[in-house]
Design a protein around this ligand. Structure first.
Ligand code: ADP
Length: 193
């Protein structure tokens, strides 16, 4: 299996690049943000709990997202591999993911870490908020809170995978195609190792 993590702060382009990468490499895309928004759309109890946190720019509890990822892994037994997008976002999530993958006899191959300056992130997210309908994208305070959560809880997840020498950094500025090419080159390099 080829299991990859696409990592980076909010607005770094994970969703855009994920769509292209899963098409190219035949992977199953698992985005916790998308899974949570689907719960919200279906007005489930979980969705209701998540929405109030997401609208404040805070992370939803580890147990909630770990549960969602665990069942997504179960419901896709034949997948060639998974592309994790927006997960893991805390050290506890990273450890849980390693355990879940180990039970399946597999592991994370590479974490692709997208690097984008903070001002570029804020301007991209505000622009996305004009059309996305996402309530967490149209308020600069909420955007800054999400980036602060990223620095406080999520950035360290890269250190966890660095210990295993699994992190490659990719410049996340430039055209969508240029960034896609950089990511593809890194993936191709890990596949042939
Ligand atoms: P972005 O990366 O642009 O912030 P996402 O769609 O990945 O967007 O996530 C939106 C929100 O969903 C986050 O701000 C957070 O509240 C919640 N969320 C998504 N994934 C996780 C996760 N793995 N752990 C905790 N909360 C999450």
């Amino acid at each position: 299996m080829l299991n990859l993590i696409l990592f980076g702060p909010p607005g770094s382009g994970k969703g855009t690049q994920s769509e292209k990468l899963v098409a190219k490499y035949g992977l199953k895309h698992l985005s916790t943000g998308d899974l949570l928004r689907s719960e919200i759309a279906q007005k489930t109890a979980l969705g209701l709990e998540a929405k109030s946190l997401m609208d404040r720019g805070q992370l939803v509890p580890d147990a909630v997202v770990i549960g969602m990822i665990s069942s997504a892994l179960e419901t896709n037994p034949g997948a060639k591999g998974f592309l994790f997008d927006g997960f893991p976002r805390t050290s506890a999530q990273a450890e849980a993911l390693d355990n879940l993958l180990e039970l399946k006899g597999t592991s994370i191959k590479t974490m692709l870490a997208m690097e984008v300056s903070e001002e570029e992130l804020v301007s991209r997210l505000l622009k996305r908020g004009e059309t996305s309908g996402r309530s967490d994208d149209n308020n600069e305070g909420v955007i800054r809170a999400r980036i602060a959560e990223y620095h406080k809880k999520t950035a360290i997840v890269a250190d966890y995978y660095k210990k295993f020498d699994k992190v490659v950094s990719v410049k996340g500025e430039g055209s969508v195609e240029e960034i896609f090419e950089r990511l593809s080159n890194e993936i191709d390099a890990t596949i042939t190792v």
